[in-house]
Design a protein. Structure first.
Length: 289
């Protein structure tokens, strides 16, 4: 699989001229749809000339606009692929050697995720999550909710005011109604991006909350409103996308928040151990010795 063009654009941002960067930002804000219209439409959305768009495309290594659009269409197909579609494309016999392609790809995904992760985004998100003046809300989709719950369980040990948005979607509104400028929403969202997760994030942003996103290489639409975006490699030779790199990002964030205020983290962990040592579920009454 080609390296996602999105990552290439992020890596080359500093190499572009000022007007080319405007084209890049316009594409990133509505990726990949922005690049699937005409050159004139792309130019109008970016506020630059058509020749600038063509120079931007050439800087990315494409001979022409048609080649650029072909790449975007291929990535869009990958983005929308269902597990069923991927299963038919991966109907191969099980490996007979000691090297399993799936395991190799899992390791490669984690390594490449961190090689291409914007370091400023990672450091900025750690500082934001470590700020105890902010209340954190973790939310994930059908398969990524487990990651949101895992991250919330760890972070509430080392800092106060950490919530996991869980349960029936109708009950999410009970948490959403109180979210405002002092809140941070951490969203896990990978292809096929869930509309209800997107609506929750958009509503939280409108109410003044800071939205952060952990997503895949093709980028959830939530990226348009997120203050920090951490993309992970998820594609493997399987009908199912892998959460290994997503979990690795979550664990790096947890470790970073723990280190960011080490004294607070240690004090809270010591307090928790004291509570555990003094708690006996067999005891009558409130269970405290």
């Amino acid at each position: 699989m080609d390296r996602p063009l999105l990552e290439e654009i992020h890596d080359k941002l500093e190499e572009f001229t000022a007007t080319e960067r405007k084209a890049a930002h316009a594409l990133l804000a509505n990726y990949p749809i922005q690049g699937l219209g005409t050159v004139a439409q792309f130019a109008a959305a970016a506020g630059v000339s058509s020749p600038t768009i063509l120079r931007f495309i050439a800087r990315l290594g494409f001979p022409g606009f048609a080649d650029f659009q072909m790449r975007l269409r291929r990535e869009l197909e990958n983005q929308l692929n269902t597990p069923l579609a991927r299963s038919s494309a991966m109907a191969e016999p099980a490996p007979t050697s000691s090297s399993d392609p799936l395991v190799d790809k899992l390791v490669e995904n984690v390594r490449e995720t961190f090689e291409h992760l914007p370091k400023g985004e990672l450091a900025g998100m750690i500082k934001l999550l470590a700020d105890e003046k902010k209340t954190l809300h973790m939310i994930g989709g059908r398969f990524t909710d487990a990651l949101a719950r895992y991250m919330a369980a760890h972070l509430r040990i080392v800092r106060p005011n950490v919530n996991h948005v869980a349960g029936q979607q109708g009950n999410w509104l009970d948490q959403l109604i109180g979210i405002g400028p002092k809140d941070v929403v951490v969203v896990f969202d990978i292809r096929r991006y869930q509309s209800e997760i997107i609506r929750f994030a958009e509503a939280a942003a409108k109410q003044g909350a800071t939205v952060t996103l952990i997503t895949d290489s093709w980028m959830s639409p939530i990226g348009k409103i997120a203050s920090f975006v951490l993309p992970a490699r998820v594609a493997v030779p399987s009908p199912w996308d892998s959460s290994a790199a997503l979990m690795a990002i979550a664990e790096v964030l947890i470790a970073g928040v723990t280190r960011e205020n080490a004294e607070r983290s240690q004090a809270r962990m010591q307090a928790l151990e004291a509570l555990r040592n003094g708690y006996d579920p067999e005891t009558d009454g409130d269970g405290l010795l």
